[in-house]
Design a protein around this ligand. Structure first.
Ligand SMILES: *[C@@H]1O[C@H](CO)[C@@H](O)[C@H](O)[C@H]1NC(C)=O
Ligand SMILES: *[C@@H]1O[C@H](CO)[C@@H](O)[C@H](O)[C@H]1NC(C)=O
Length: 198
């Protein structure tokens, strides 16, 4: 059955394209890629990068999705605290609103831009030194931004302090839909390279 075989390979191909773009275990799980560029460096989901190459806010975009309206970007570090009794921590590295399609393209991505520097401006990964070293995940999540978006009262302190943000709860409380695209990168603990770009 040639038809069946062709159909199956097509489904397998689609399955491949739907690889998860958030780290295993992170919620919400997302399958669509947010295109993230640090300069000309394209981030494939899970790419390990030098701290020094991700110190400035990246360029973001999407491929194969037509976007209209406004979008909200979160960048969250999920740290694995291994000491007993300490909860798995999160650090909010950016929460930037009012992204809109710029009409520009980079490497086939439709680029989004924003003039906003908040609710929480970008700060680059700086994982602490640890023994043994392990990679830290930094997750990007792009959501449609509801009209009159504001940080819900219950999350104001976490956003201000950048600590302990609970993104699934934020999604519910802020009335967001599931992310439309996501990505993540990894930086090794103790990567304090400041001057040498990869
Ligand atoms: C992502 O894709 C996998 C495999 O195709 C699927 O099982 C999973 O439900 C998808 N997740 C989402 C959030 O769409
Ligand atoms: C262009 O995007 C593709 C994914 O769509 C990626 O694999 C490739 O590395 C990117 N190249 C550059 C130069 O950004």
């Amino acid at each position: 059955m040639l038809f069946t075989t062709t159909l199956l390979s097509a489904l397998v191909a689609v399955g491949g394209a739907l690889a998860q773009t958030t780290p295993p275990g992170f919620m919400p799980a997302v399958n669509k890629t947010l295109d993230v560029y640090y300069g000309t460096q394209y981030i494939t989901p899970g790419l390990t990068v030098k701290k020094s190459s991700v110190s400035k806010q990246p360029t973001i975009g999407v491929t194969g999705q037509t976007l209209t309206g406004k979008y909200l970007l979160a960048m969250i570090a999920a740290h694995h605290h291994r000491r007993p009794g300490t909860p798995r921590g999160t650090v909010l590295h950016a929460l930037l609103q009012d992204w809109t399609p710029s009409g520009q393209a980079q490497n086939g991505s439709s680029i989004l831009t924003t003039k906003a520097t908040g609710p929480a401006s970008y700060f680059g990964p700086a994982p602490p030194a640890e023994t043994p070293k392990h990679p830290h995940n930094y997750i990007f999540l792009l959501h449609e931004q509801p009209d009159n978006f504001a940080v819900p009262a219950a999350h104001k302190s976490a956003v201000q302090q950048r600590l302990g943000i609970n993104w699934p709860k934020f999604i519910t409380d802020a009335g967001l839909s599931e992310p439309i695209a996501a990505n993540y990168l990894q930086v090794q603990s103790g990567d304090n390279t400041k001057r040498f770009v990869a």
